[in-house]
Design a protein around this ligand. Sequence first.
Ligand SMILES: NC(=O)c1ccc[n+]([C@@H]2O[C@H](COP(=O)([O-])OP(=O)(O)OC[C@H]3O[C@@H](n4cnc5c(N)ncnc54)[C@H](O)[C@@H]3O)[C@@H](O)[C@H]2O)c1
Length: 251
Amino acid sequence: MKKVAIITGAVGGIGYATVEKFNKEGYSIVAMDIVDKERAAEKFANMADVTYVSGNLANGADRLNLVNTAINTYGRIDVLVNVAGVAPRVRADILEMTEESYDFVMGINTKGTLFLTQLVANEMIKQEKVNGIKGYIVNVSSCSAYTSSTSRGEYCISKAGATMITKLFADRLSSEGITVNEICPGIIATGMTEKVKEKYDNLIAGGLVPLGRWGLPEDCANAIYVLSSGALGYTTGQSIIVDGGMHIQRL
Ligand SMILES: NC(=O)c1ccc[n+]([C@@H]2O[C@H](COP(=O)([O-])OP(=O)(O)OC[C@H]3O[C@@H](n4cnc5c(N)ncnc54)[C@H](O)[C@@H]3O)[C@@H](O)[C@H]2O)c1
């Protein structure tokens, strides 16, 4: 029987690379993004067994529709990958950050991720185990969970929250045969970083990243896949940092 994966943020850089990876590995995929169905259709046209659900992760009815679609279509959920996320619309100093921007970023990155994880966890708990496991959950947090950027404080706070979501669910679900882990990407070449490409090009040229290049969406997708493949079945509540060595403290 094919395994079933829900992947959010599926139209974006990291999400799409993750859909491609799981598709290549033979999964049935329920791909979700806020992008409408017509626009998304082109992206997934050449992939077998991808069901696309358009929805807003910040909206409870849309989260429920996503999970119901997965259960009604495939009968179970083996993997949840929480990729969808946003940066603030405007980078503003922490002294100027608005409540509106805080609510926007937290509503998607933290609240949306939390309550989708809760919904899926409750479905996974009801499932039969396959090879001793009911399911795998992988969150996409960020190096911003532990690195200050004062011009996008709400994003850093939202990702620190995502890291705690990983730990809380890993703890609660460990007795249920469900592992919960996360990746913390560094600087990855996607739509999210396009607007600040020049800034990061310069920082990378100046030696910020020991491996000397931008991260690619595929670097993230490969790490996500490892965490949900069973290869690391005795690992839960952990972060894999995918940042080309950027977090190494150097003299
Ligand atoms: N690019 C980076 O350098 C980087 C670094 C660390 C973490 N991340 C995280 O990786 C994840 C993926 O980001 P990306 O870099 O691929 O950016 P991206 O902008 O290419 O993809 C994000 C996707 O999420 C979707 N999305 C936004 N709001 C949504 C909502 N309310 N409901 C459903 N979908 C929504 C977007 O439409 C988009 O397709 C995000 O959580 C981001 O915070 C990215």
